[in-house]
Design a protein around this ligand. Structure first.
Ligand code: ATR
Length: 264
């Protein structure tokens, strides 16, 4: 049996088991994708043990992305550029390779939604690992000037959120890569009326699917992109690396995840 999983603390909220489970069934693969709740202080030795136990790889979620970056012998180009790793792949020679699939996940999600930011200004909210991956994604899409704002000024070179009104004025796209707006967390208090009417608002938070930020955008008639697209697309190269098949992002998959969110 082919083994992989998601490692986090906590991990019960993760949709990755539903997502990979759907593809395992769809492709008739004899495999298991487990949810592994592992404390930060146990992360490195647990990863080593899972490699020895024959796991093919791990998806990495909060709070382990920096520790994952540190323990890789090799990393792909996006992981190096973002300074963050969200997938660990155990190679046959015993080495661990780190990937950042959040970059291609966000690019694919925005493209699928018909977003074109080539040469156009964007606002990026946040300065953690997710925001750094989103910044690389915007570079990959050929965005013009990217104004990065964060609650804590100076982190990853970001400016204060107080610059919102000025940054928003010409923005073609806003990406929320903070964890604000997540179930149980306070949301950002930005006035989206400062944006031009053609602007698109994208949130990488997917629980709830319609975050307070997306709700405000929709009420103003702005186009929105929710976080499920990125979640599904970042898992495609991971599933391929773990199980050897490149899966498809389909309506049926989105439906499975919406159901899991509704009942979770
Ligand atoms: P990740 O690796 O998932 O990006 P992280 O490194 O903890 O996680 O980063 C979380 C991001 O969300 C940060 O930009 C954080 O802002 P700070 O740098 O000021 O901590 C942002 N964030 C979290 N909660 C927030 C809130 N309630 N309002 C605004 N920003 C918030």
């Amino acid at each position: 049996m082919k083994l992989a999983g998601v490692i986090g603390w906590p991990v019960a909220q993760s949709l990755s088991p539903s997502l990979h489970g759907h593809w395992l069934k769809e492709h008739g693969i004899d495999g298991l994708f487990a949810a592994l709740a592992v404390r930060p202080e146990d992360f490195t030795r647990t990863v080593g043990g899972l490699g020895l136990a024959g796991f093919r790889g791990l998806s990495v979620t909060v709070p382990h992305k920096e520790a994952a970056f540190a323990l890789c012998a090799r990393r792909d180009g996006f992981a190096e550029r973002a300074g963050a790793v969200n997938q660990l792949v155990f190679r046959e020679d015993g080495s661990i390779e780190g990937l950042n699939t959040d970059v291609v996940g966000l690019v694919a999600s925005l493209r699928e939604a018909g977003v074109d930011v080539t040469g156009r200004p964007a606002v990026l909210l946040g300065a953690g690992g997710a925001a750094r991956a989103a910044r690389v994604a915007l570079e990959e899409m050929g965005a013009g000037e990217v104004c990065q704002l964060n609650r804590t000024e100076g982190r990853a070179g970001a400016q204060s959120l107080d610059y919102w009104a000025g940054a928003a004025r010409d923005a073609a796209l806003v990406v929320n890569a903070t964890s604000a707006g997540m179930k149980g967390a306070p949301s950002l208090t930005l006035d989206l009326a400062a944006l031009p009417k053609h602007a698109v608002v994208c949130d990488i938070v997917y629980n709830p699917l319609e975050t307070p930020l997306l709700k405000q955008a929709r009420a103003l008639g702005l186009a929105t992109v929710d976080g499920l697209g990125m979640l599904m697309h970042q898992a495609v190269p991971a599933f391929d690396a773990f199980f050897g098949v490149r899966p498809q992002v389909t309506r049926a998959l989105r439906h499975v995840l919406e159901e899991a969110l509704a009942h979770g």
